[in-house]
Write a protein that binds this ligand. Structure first.
Ligand SMILES: [Zn+2]
Ligand SMILES: [Zn+2]
Length: 446
C-alpha cells in the first residue's frame, strides 16, 4: 500500500493480536505514525486477550497519560487485565478512570467492574458496584453470581439467581449456570446442583457445554460420588475436554480411586500432553494406594516426554500498586537474594513449628534434597516471601497464581499465616483460599 492510514495500521495490529502474535503487533504499532484511540485500544485489548495483563495495563496507563480518549472497549481491556492480575490498587484506579470518563453507569463497564472486584478478592466491593447499578443485564448478574460462587457464598449466589429469574427482562445464559453450579459444588450441595443442571436444559433450553459438565463432575466428585461422575462423563454426547477429565482426576485423588484415575489420566495425557499437573495428580493417587510399580511407570512416561519447565507464575501487587511477577524457580526478581535468604530462615522456623515439606508434590525422579529445593522455588512461595519482606507482619498478602496451588504450598501458607500473624489470600485457577491463623477457608479441600 502506498498510502497507509491509521485504519490500515490498526487492522494489522488487530490481525496480529488475534493470531496471538503480540510481538509483531507491537512492531507494527511502534511504526504507526499517527496513533488514535482505536489503535491504542487495539493494543490494550490484544494484550488482555493474550493473557499479558501487565503489558495491557502498561499501555492503558500510557494511553491515559497521553490524554488519548478512553472508551468502553479500552476500559473493558484494562478491567480484564486487572481481573487477571487480581491487582487491588490498579482495580480502584481503573474504576476511578471509568467514572471520570463518564462510564460510571455504563452497563458493560459496570458488569466488568463487578467481575474484576470479585476476582481481586474484593467481593464486598463487587456487591457495592452491583447494587449501585441502575441498569443490569444478564452479564451483570452472571458476573455477580460467578463471583459469589468463587468466594464460597453459595446461598447468596442462589438467592441472586432467584431474583434474576423473577425479572422479565433478564434471561439466564450459560455463564449464569457455570456460576450456579460452581456455587453448589464448593458448598457440597449435590441435590441443588443436580436440580439446576436439569433445569438449565429443560426450562431454559441451554445445552450443557463441557464447562457445565466440569462443574457437575467436580460437584459429584467432591461429594465422593466418583462413579456417578464417571457415568456422567461417559453419557456426554459432546466430546469431554481436559477440564472434565481434570475434575474427575482431582476427585479420584481425594477419594483414592486409582482405576478411574488411570482412565481420566489417559485422556488427559492425550489432550494436554504438556500438563505436568496431571502427571502429579495420577502419580500421587497411585502413591497413596501404594502402587509403586505404576508410580514409576508414570515417571518414566514423564521422562520420555521431556516435559517442559513448570509454567507456573504468581503475581503480587506491592503497596505502591506495582505488580511483581514470579516464575517457578525464578531468579530474575531484583530482590531474589533477599527473598531466598528470608525464605531459608522462615523454613527453619516453620520446621520447628512442625512443617514437613510434602515431597510428593514433585513427581520428578530426583533426590529428596532436590525435591525440597524445587518446592522452595514455587512461584507462590516467592511471591509470599516478597510480600512478607515489603509489607511486614500483621498485614494481608494477596497472591494470584495461574495454576492450582500445590499441596505443599497450601500447607506452607497455612503455617505462615499462624507463625507470622498475617492473612494470606491466594487466588489460584480454581478458587480463593483465605489463610488465617493456620486454617484455610477451603478447609483443605480444593
Ligand atoms: Zn507449590
Ligand atoms: Zn485452601
Amino acid at each position: 500500500m502506498v498510502v497507509k492510514d491509521v485504519i490500515s495500521w490498526t487492522s494489522i495490529v488487530v490481525a496480529y493480536s488475534r493470531s496471538g502474535n503480540m510481538g509483531s503487533a507491537e512492531e507494527v504499532f511502534a511504526q504507526c505514525p499517527v496513533k488514535d484511540m482505536v489503535a491504542w485500544t487495539a493494543m490494550v485489548t490484544g494484550y488482555a486477550q493474550n493473557s499479558m495483563p501487565m503489558k495491557a495495563l502498561e499501555v492503558f496507563e500510557r494511553m491515559a497519560a497521553l490524554g488519548v480518549g478512553i472508551d468502553e472497549v479500552s476500559l473493558t481491556g484494562a478491567i480484564s487485565a486487572c481481573a487477571q492480575l487480581g491487582a487491588v490498587r490498579r482495580a480502584a484506579w481503573v474504576q476511578e478512570i471509568a467514572e471520570r470518563n463518564g462510564f460510571g453507569s455504563n452497563v458493560v463497564v459496570g458488569s466488568g467492574l463487578v467481575d474484576m472486584f470479585a476476582k481481586c478478592g474484593l467481593i464486598d466491593e463487587a456487591r457495592n458496584v452491583f447494587y449501585g447499578m441502575q441498569e443490569k443485564n444478564v452479564y451483570t448478574y452472571s458476573s455477580m453470581i460467578v463471583g459469589l460462587a468463587a468466594h464460597g457464598r453459595a446461598t447468596e449466589a442462589i438467592a441472586l439467581f432467584k431474583d434474576m429469574v423473577r425479572r422479565a427482562d433478564v434471561v439466564p445464559n450459560h455463564v449464569t449456570f457455570i456460576g450456579l453450579l460452581t456455587a453448589c459444588s464448593h458448598a457440597g450441595m449435590v441435590r441443588d446442583g443436580r436440580f439446576y443442571f436439569a433445569q438449565m436444559k429443560d426450562k431454559y433450553g441451554i445445552l450443557p457445554s463441557p464447562d457445565h459438565y466440569t462443574c457437575m463432575v467436580d460437584l459429584l466428585g467432591r461429594a465422593g460420588l466418583v462413579d456417578e461422575a464417571f457415568d456422567l462423563v461417559r453419557s456426554m454426547s459432546i466430546e469431554p475436554h481436559g477440564g472434565v477429565w481434570g475434575a474427575l482426576l482431582g476427585a479420584c485423588r481425594i477419594h483414592g480411586n486409582t482405576e478411574v484415575a488411570k482412565v481420566a489420566a489417559e485422556h488427559l495425557f492425550k489432550l494436554e500432553p504438556e500438563g505436568i499437573g496431571n502427571y502429579v495428580l495420577l502419580s500421587n493417587t497411585l502413591a497413596s494406594a501404594g502402587k509403586w510399580d505404576e508410580v514409576s511407570k508414570v515417571r518414566k512416561l514423564m521422562r520420555s516426554r521431556r516435559l517442559k519447565k513448570d509454567p507456573a507464575v504468581s503475581w503480587f501487587e506491592g503497596r505502591d500498586g506495582l505488580v511483581h511477577q514470579f516464575f517457578a524457580g525464578d531468579n530474575s526478581h531484583p530482590r531474589t537474594n533477599e527473598i531466598k535468604k528470608t525464605l531459608l530462615e522462615l523454613v527453619t522456623k516453620l520446621k520447628h513449628a512442625g512443617y514437613l515439606p510434602i515431597l510428593s508434590s514433585i513427581v520428578y525422579d530426583v533426590s529428596d534434597g532436590e525435591k525440597e529445593r524445587l518446592l522452595m522455588g514455587h512461584s507462590e512461595k516467592l511471591a509470599l516471601l516478597f510480600g512478607l519482606l515489603t509489607l511486614g507482619s500483621r498485614c494481608t498478602i494477596r497472591i494470584v497464581k495461574n495454576l492450582r496451588i500445590c499441596e505443599d504450598c497450601h500447607l506452607f501458607m497455612r503455617l505462615v499465616s499462624r507463625v507470622e500473624h498475617v492473612e494470606i489470600i491466594v487466588r489460584d485457577n480454581m478458587r480463593f483460599h483465605h489463610f488465617r491463623d493456620g486454617e484455610c477457608s477451603c478447609g483443605g479441600f480444593w
